[in-house]
Ligand binder design. Sequence first.
Ligand code: F0G
Length: 460
Amino acid sequence: MKSKYIEPFKIKVVEPISQIGRKERELILEKAGYNLFSVPADKVMIDLLTDSGTSAMSDNQWAGLMMGDESYAGSRNYYHFEETIQDIFGYKYVIPTHQGRVAENILCSIKVKKGHCIPNNIHFDTTRANIEHAGAKAVNCVIDEAYDTGIEHPFKGNMDLNKLEKVINEVGPENIPFCMITITNNSGGGQPVSLENIKQTKALVDKYNLPLLFDACRFAENAYFIKTREKAYEDWSIKEIAKEMFKYGNGCTMSAKKDGLVNIGGFLCLDNEQMADKVKNLLILVEGFPTYGGLAGRDLEAVARGLKEVLDENYLSFRIGQIKYLGDLLDEANVPYVKPTGGHAIYIDVKKFLPEIPQSEFPAQALVCELYLAGGIRSVEIGSLMFGYKDKETGEDVYPNLELLRLAIPRRVYTTAHIEFVAQTIIDVYNNKEKIKGLKLIYEADILRHFTAKLAPIES
Ligand code: F0G
């Protein structure tokens, strides 16, 4: 199979990839406690750990860095940032933060109290952790199809309106400070949410007078899926679709490290002045003055320019096409992954890839380690290590429905040849998978344990 997509850019600057052998990787992995977060990046050949903050910036963005106005208050780059975001997202109040989770943290610190509940299609792990840190419950209400990795549903990120209404009635609307929709739905496979579903969710939350906020990290990828999969919007521009999506919300949290095409940055948007004032006051305490929010003026400029570039349909068609190409190559060897391919990543279905390793032995993490050993590829586990926990009441281990390995593709970084190398490595590992052993936990932190956990192979 040949790729149908050509890179819609030329390469002006190159960054060498260090090539080390399997023997050296074995030693590195052992030292890292079988956790790829602890492996130095220059010991990785193809880094698919995340699509966050790993984009290649354009010449236009790099030029923008030189236009950085580093004034403490009222930097011209802030006004460009604010105006660009208001134009695309449509919200009046734009508050910069240095990354997405700070926007979540500030929002939760102000709005979320003990005993509250926040529904979402599926919460990303930092969103869940921020909600739980504030003493509240984070509930997932995605449609059931999201949990069946084999079903080809065009909008697997959609909210299940019955589940959402049931949660609202069970906990009472007075205990729900806001509902969220994550576009695209990262933890469920980078799957999009349809505009139809966004409208219906809005109608439902309106019935109970609840605000709706977007986790908008990958909004442009979501908009591209709407354009290509939802007939009513096929003639709309990506910007028009984005504006239409955000019209149904009261604000958003955003990590610009994804669809902002930058290496650092984020923001919180709101339509409510009182709330925005509270946020700005807390921002001054933890991030900085509201016209820079923890970022340099040049960073704000790069975000403003990146947000305009990400709306380009040629870019998005290559971007989504590159992920699909990797999926198509894996299909040729029947490697099981979440269907259809998502917006920023391929999610290997490890319950099907390694059915003989139980979730108590972290099969997805074991596969992460094997891909590193086989090809120097760094991927990330989204399964029993990331989401498993011990139930405080019963003392039993609880495991997530899905056991996934994510190959997140950085934006504008890797070429078709890199993608083909990744596919071939995975296929080779698949064909020799009986050699892979499960892992046991040696150290875990209380929250977000996957970042710092230490593991060891289970010797049989
Ligand atoms: N929401 C979603 C859906 C995300 O995917 C992320 C980050 C965040 C919020 C937090 O943003 O990192 O800027 O603080 N996701 C990265 C990932 C880390 O690898 O998926 P942040």
